[in-house]
Write a protein that binds this ligand. Sequence first.
Ligand SMILES: [Zn+2]
Length: 397
Amino acid sequence: MSLVSRHINTTRLIRTYNASTVLQTLYRHGSCSRTQLAKLTGMSPATITRIIAELMEQGIVLEGKAGKSTGGRRPVYLHIDHTKLYIASLKLLRDDCRAALLDLKGNILSTEKLPWGGQTPQEFLHNTVEILSTIFTQAGINREHILGVGVAVSGICHPKEGRVIRSVNLDWEDVPIAELLGSELQLPIFIENDANACALAEVWLGTARDAVSSMYLKTEEGAGAGIISNKALLNGSRFTTGEIGHVPLIAGGQPCRCGQKGCLEPYVYFGDVQARYAEKTGRKVTRSQFVELIQAQDAAALDLVRESAGALALACTHWGILLDLDVITIGGFWGKLQSEVIDYCQRYYAATARQSGIPCSTTITGSSFNNEDADLLGAAGLVIDRWFAPLSVPFHR
Ligand SMILES: [Zn+2]
């Protein structure tokens, strides 16, 4: 069998409903016996045996050590060979474009900055292909083992057409990323808005693994939300679900660059908070200095954190109750401020739900990832989601 036809068969096999369900279960549980897989997936033992044999023949699933016997034959535990499957990811944000190679567990194996500025989108993407190819060569991996390329873009995207509709931050309009990258790389390309991609990263690799419905609030560079409802990403008819950064939330609140007052963005975009701190104290501080000032109980810094925590608590509570969420993840450094931000939001949410007579078991948490990696992992989460979610659209390449 040639490599090409083997790859097509592999792709076809793991895109079948049964095989992808088995892989998804193994991916989430780490390892399972055939009996456990049958119970967890609801498939017959004969079906599981057949699918596992096919997946093992193709090198995707391995047998581990035999477990303890509970009376009958000792069960053999199966697991996905994470070293055989890779994901490439790209983050395209304001002043921060980066490519990475990850394994299926979300470990970043290598990463490279993408030069930005003075290029057309076509030129930029062509250079990106060359950088990705170098990353693949240096890692010594077989391209057949790359599941796909995930792209997290700061802007409004058409995920099905693989196109950026509009990105104010990149100054891009109507850029067919999947077509441009896919024709050169010959790999499946998936694109998503950055907040949506981060929401998927939390589902597959982070805080929302066990949630049915969850939200990722993107902060620091701006404000946006990625929403998972009933295990599926919400995109909306115009692909603008979660574009909440400039919807006024606080009457008479802080002025925003959009011309309105009280949007979430001026409370979480670090540049705005930094400017207000300088206004109060005459000092310009970096992000890490600001965090140190909070830890040192600096009065001006604490005032600003309380103000931002108040805005985040409103956002979490309004949207959390509206969508009946299990988990809300606050990204960026705001999510790392446990007592000042996370605990405050959790208390506010619980008190509001109690007063409204709504049962509440929503968990508010910081992200599992550091902010620099969140979008790269988000882009990887997008590929994992498209590959392993049983109801997702089949590959078009
Ligand atoms: Zn605004």
